[in-house]
Design a protein. Structure first.
Lengths: 381, 444
């Protein structure tokens, strides 16, 4: 009886604890959750690590120090997961997770996992078996490193080097400014085929510019087939297929596009849009277009994503869709065509890469708001 | 030698010659154009792929000392420039290098080096429709070209079309450029239309049209004198009582519209070069038109046919308007916009004059004293026209212009006084008006 009552009391107590913590979580805004996660992460770091992670909010060099290339080629700021203890690593990933939607975080994890697969693939390739060192030293604290992430052209990769170039632990985290619920600050997380630039300004969250990519773009992990950028490929193809012949004529460009036009280093530029304007689409096609856009706009946490989608929805009639390349894809695989979505506050590019291999297996994508790089529209004084 | 390079080279060897679409490495050459009114900028990023980097470095580092010297940088940039061709409206442009930026050879070797070239070329003046063609043939065998244009900052420049060949080696940019938009902030379609049709500002031609009517007293005199008897009824060979307000207004509008239709037709035809008539006879004919309408104002010679006469002489006046427009020396398509602007200017001024005088004419026409105004006006116009006929046909000098201009200079005062008198007379009908003579039926 006594034991039972103690158990009951304990049960009630723990139930109450869960409820109250849930209630606290409910009253917490997204920003306060991210700030707590950031502070929790920073608390796990030693003095030296913290110095490496923290930058000034307006550090333009660090802001632009991102790329599609492996970190061995274009060193990022901050510290990598590889350099962290397990506790630090999980705090870092908890921080990244807090800033993203569950779907967005899953996409990020799949991109990272893909790079791990890539590493194994590369290591298993018959090569000379030599090991090389990353050609560039990491940048020092004053940012006097090599020039930040440019697009690069066809990076070399190969045998024995893969451990230095690839893998899910070669992702870097950095914080620009001080995590705050009021003042603007930034969280950067990225490595090969990934560059997340999250600007937090009060309750607002901005994800532009952000780069995602995948190589291999299709792999098997724990018996499960994974395609990190499946939505980006399949929804685009669905949109193309939903168009009538006349619309297609406008969408499909007559020329080849070898790479991203507004890749790394091309902040704040607005090119003349091409293709088909969504005002010439029907309601269903516009819905597919918005759903496709949400693959990028929905990476950030839900409340910021909802605000962003509302903005892009308002712009939809001024949004263009253009396509260059094959108009079909092998079942279950990515498209091999380039496409671009451009609106007054949006540039999305999807650019398959042909590094001698199957372009369906390697893709770079860019997500931008030329009017709001690094949340400038929110943080301008 | 770098091992990564060796690995990449091995892949090239494994996969075969870099001629297929799936070539491993390419020389990416991305150009972003910025178009302004008087110049065009080209921002070039050149990124050699790993497998072609040695060849590219070799062509840059001409003395093969492993260092890219300042001279070698500019040398290479000039060679790239030589492989470009840039034309505007078929005219060859001479782009100049503004800046060159080279990475370390080591970075190029890694496939990470971006060469940045900034070019600029002055654009000569041209029509509103411009066509810029950029061709890039640099290292064509290994190149992957990209060309795009930034959305013009200048709202007067609007991109119309971009055309490329499959490789983007050939790029054509069509755009329209308005001369100046400082004048009338009208709708977008109008800006485009104007940009397409008129390099001369719409508003300036519009004002020219207004001024032409306001200062070209002969046109105005013709119209006003023709309007003098408009509110009256012809009774045999004499002008009798007023035709009534509604009828008067209707007739005035009919005369004005007919005149407008007439001069619009010939203005358009002459301005587009369809008809070509020497200036002098037209000027004489205009003077004659005034004489004819002055006589008509004294004694009805074509009662009820005023509109037809207005339209006929309108044709003559239109030819004179065209001569004025011709002095601007515009191209044919620019003229289309200009004709519209000029004619709207004429119409606007005409309406202002009619609006200023019509109430007075209609009100005063109900009184006996109106004949005084009518006869004075007709005699003034008649004598002026005779003076002009003599002057213009003999190419002689007279003081007619001076006198008429002197009167026209006080036109606003005259119109104002006339209006004041008409209001006074109208409000005191019993004092001055004869018993009702108004007839509200059309007169044939």
């Amino acid at each position: 009886m006594n034991v039972l009552s103690i158990r009951t009391a304990r049960g009630v107590f723990s139930l109450a604890l869960i409820c109250s913590s849930l209630a606290v979580a409910q009253t917490q805004t997204a920003t306060s959750r991210i700030v707590s996660a950031a502070n929790a992460f920073l608390a796990t770091l030693d003095q030296k690590q913290r110095q490496s992670v923290l930058f000034a909010f307006d550090d333009e060099k660090q802001r632009a120090r991102w790329s599609n290339l492996p970190t061995g080629f274009v060193p990022r700021g901050g510290i990598s997961l590889k350099e962290m203890s397990p506790a630090q690593r999980s705090a870092a990933m908890a921080l990244v997770s807090s800033a993203l939607s569950p779907k967005g975080f899953e996409k990020v994890q799949q991109i990272m996992e893909g790079d791990e697969v890539n590493k194994i693939n590369e290591a298993n390739r018959p090569r000379n078996g030599n090991t090389g060192n990353p050609p560039n030293p990491p940048p020092d604290k004053d940012g006097n490193g090599p020039p930040p992430g440019n697009g690069g052209n066809r990076p070399p990769f190969g045998g024995g080097l893969s451990a230095d170039l690839f893998g899910k632990d070669l992702y870097y985290i950095s914080i620009l400014g001080t995590p705050s619920e009021k003042d603007p600050w930034m969280l950067q997380f990225g490595g090969h085929h990934l560059a997340l630039n999250v600007t937090i300004a009060g309750e607002r969250g901005v994800l532009t510019p952000t780069l995602t990519g995948a190589q291999p773009a299709l792999y098997t992990s724990n018996g499960k087939t994974v395609r990190p950028l499946a939505g980006e490929s399949d929804k685009a193809l669905a949109l193309l297929n939903s168009l009538d012949e006349n619309q297609r004529k406008q969408v499909i460009l007559s020329y080849r596009l070898a790479d991203l036009v507004l890749g790394p280093g091309q902040d704040g530029k607005t090119i003349q849009p091409e293709g088909l304007k969504a005002s010439a689409m029907n309601e269903r096609q516009r819905a597919i277009l918005l759903d496709l856009i949400s693959e990028w706009a929905g990476i950030i946490h839900e409340s910021a994503a909802a605000a962003r989608m509302a903005e892009l929805k308002a712009d939809v009639n001024e949004t263009w869709f253009a396509w260059s390349g094959p108009i079909t894809a092998d079942p279950g695989k990515n498209i091999t065509a380039y496409y671009r979505i451009q609106g007054p506050h949006l540039v999305i590019e999807y650019a398959p890469q042909r590094l001698g291999g199957d372009p369906a297996m390697h893709v770079h994508t860019m997500y931008r708001d030329p009017t709001n790089d690094y949340g400038r529209r929110l943080t301008a004084k | 030698m770098n091992r990564r390079l060796a690995a990449a080279a091995a892949i090239v060897l494994l996969l075969g010659a870099p001629a297929s679409a799936h070539r491993l490495d390419e020389y990416l050459q991305a150009i972003l154009l910025t178009v302004e009114k008087d110049h065009v900028q080209a921002s070039m990023r050149l990124i050699p792929g790993v497998a072609v980097s040695s060849a590219v470095i070799g062509s840059i580092d001409s003395n093969r000392d492993g260092i890219i010297s300042e001279a070698e940088k500019w040398n290479y940039a000039e060679r790239v420039l030589g492989d470009l061709s840039l034309t505007i409206d078929g005219l060859r442009l001479k782009p100049k290098l503004v800046s060159v930026e080279f990475p370390q050879p080591e970075q190029i070797r890694e496939g990470l080096g971006e060469i940045h070239l900034e070019l600029t070329a002055d654009l000569p003046h041209g029509g509103p429709n411009r066509s810029l063609i950029l061709e890039n043939h640099h290292q064509a065998r290994i190149a992957a070209y990209l060309v795009n244009v930034l959305v013009p900052r200048d709202p007067d420049i609007q991109i119309v079309a971009q055309n490329r060949d499959e490789l983007q080696s050939f790029y054509q940019l069509d755009y329209v450029q308005a001369a100046d938009r400082s004048e009338l902030p009208i709708l977008n379609w109008w800006t485009t239309f104007r940009a397409r049709t008129g390099a001369v500002g719409f508003a300036s031609v519009f004002r020219l049209g207004m001024r032409h009517i306001a200062e070209g007293t002969d046109h105005l005199l013709f119209l006003l004198v023709l309007l003098l008897p408009a509110p009256l009824i012809a009774f045999g060979s004499r002008w009798a009582g007023s035709a009534g307000v509604r009828q008067s207004v209707f007739r005035i509008m009919k005369v004005v519209t007919a005149f407008t239709v007439g001069h619009s037709i010939t203005l358009a035809l002459a301005a587009l070069g369809v008809v070509r008539i020497p200036n002098r006879p037209i000027e004489v004919l205009i003077a004659i038109s005034i004489l004819v309408s002055a006589i008509h104002a004294l004694r009805p010679i074509f009662p009820g046919k005023e509109a037809g006469i207005a339209a006929f002489f309108g044709l003559v006046h239109g030819l004179a308007f065209a001569a004025t427009l011709g002095q601007l020396g515009l191209g044919r398509w620019e003229r289309v916009g200009s004709i519209l602007a000029f004619n709207l200017g004429i119409e606007t001024m005409q309406l202002i004059v009619v609006a200023a005088t019509m109430p007075s004419l209609v009100l005063l026409s109900r009184m006996r004293a109106y004949s005084l105004l009518r006869i004075t006006g007709a005699l003034f116009a008649g004598s002026a026209s005779v003076g002009w006929i003599v002057e213009r046909s003999l190419n002689a000098h007279s003081s007619v212009d001076m006198i008429v201009d002197g009167v026209a200079h006080h036109a606003i005062w005259i119109a104002g006084v006339l209006f004041a008198i008409s209001i006074v007379c109208w409000s005191l009908p019993n004092l001055l008006n004869p018993p009702a003579t108004a007839v509200d039926s059309p007169v044939r």
